[in-house]
Design a protein. Structure first.
Length: 319
């Protein structure tokens, strides 16, 4: 959407450097301010101002040149004077954010105009000039060094006025966030991998470390594809490589009575029924409390069937 603020005029008083006028015009056009009044400028028009305007020539061309501030304020309903310092006389004072909120309220009424007045480079606005203003606007800054160029001050005001009166729409991501189940599977996978590389220790207890890791990933709000990448990394670490050196993979069938049948000559009798756990690749099974067969192939979303086929790592040393 193209926002314009034709009811807001920027007034520059007794500007001595034409480059500041050009820079102010550039700042205004960037933030859709188009009405510039110049009170008794030292030099206007100027090639220097045109060069500094960098394409905002139309604002310079249409600038209204006045002899007095009173002339520049004719027809406005709210006058805001910019000042870098507090004054002894207590005008109504507010920072640039509050001043722009007042502009928004005044502009809500049709045909009401607002003037924001900026003084000369060396001394700003005089008390007599501030007497013509209803609000004194300040731009907060370093209290130990505050020397804001007049064009820079206009840029700060123009930006704040823009964001105070507009709504910026950013393109929303269409990527799907990781679900609760996917995150829990990832955390279990991560914890299992850390256990098998002996990362947990007394100074790094599992419960505390995993809580911190959950907080870390929770702040990141990972997407579905990102969690899949992490799972792939964890799988390639191969933490079971050493543990499985004496194991071989065999095919067989689980029956309902907890026997794992490999062939007619060799069966494994489980102490208890198979237990579903979160394994290295998702849902996995441990065969009771025995160690003859330690881990079945990962089967996501497992539901018991009788019988069902599976892949098991068998301890060949015990066989």
């Amino acid at each position: 959407m193209n926002y314009t603020f034709d009811n807001v005029r920027v007034v520059m008083v007794n500007t001595t450097e034409p480059g500041n006028i050009g820079a102010a015009a550039r700042a205004m056009k960037n933030m859709n301010l188009s009405t510039l009044y110049l009170v008794n400028p030292k030099t206007h028009p100027s090639a220097v101002a045109t060069a500094r305007a960098s394409g905002a020539d139309d604002i310079l061309t249409n600038a209204v040149v006045c002899e007095t501030l009173e002339e520049a304020l004719q027809g406005v309903h709210l006058v805001i004077g910019a000042s870098a310092r507090q004054r002894n006389v207590k005008w109504r004072q507010m920072d640039v954010v509050g001043a722009c909120a007042e502009i928004q309220k005044a502009s809500a009424v049709e045909s009401q105009e607002v003037a924001v007045v900026f003084g000369t480079e060396n001394s700003g606005l005089s008390n007599e000039e501030l007497d013509l203003c209803q609000i004194l606007m300040t731009i907060p800054g370093n209290p130990n060094y505050f020397s804001l160029n007049v064009a820079s001050a206009i840029q700060v005001f123009a930006y704040q006025n823009y964001i105070s009166n507009t709504t910026t729409q950013f393109e929303k991501s269409t990527n799907e966030l990781a679900s609760y189940d996917e995150l829990e599977g990832f955390y279990a996978h991560l914890a299992q991998m850390l256990e098998h590389i002996d990362y947990f220790e007394e100074k790094r207890p599992k419960e505390l470390l995993m809580r911190r890791l959950r907080r870390f990933f929770g702040r990141a709000e990972p997407e579905k594809e990102e969690i899949a990448i992490f799972r792939g990394i964890l799988r390639n670490i191969k933490p079971f490589k050493k543990q499985l050196a004496s194991f071989t993979i065999v095919q067989g069938t689980f029956d309902r009575s907890s026997n794992f049948i490999i062939d007619d000559d060799y069966n494994i009798l489980c102490n208890v029924a198979p237990k579903i756990e979160k394994g290295i690749d998702g849902n996995a099974f441990r065969l009771g409390t025995g160690t003859d067969a330690i881990l079945l192939e990962a089967v996501p979303n497992f539901e018991w069937t009788d019988p069902f086929s599976a892949t098991v790592w068998i301890n060949t040393e015990k066989r």
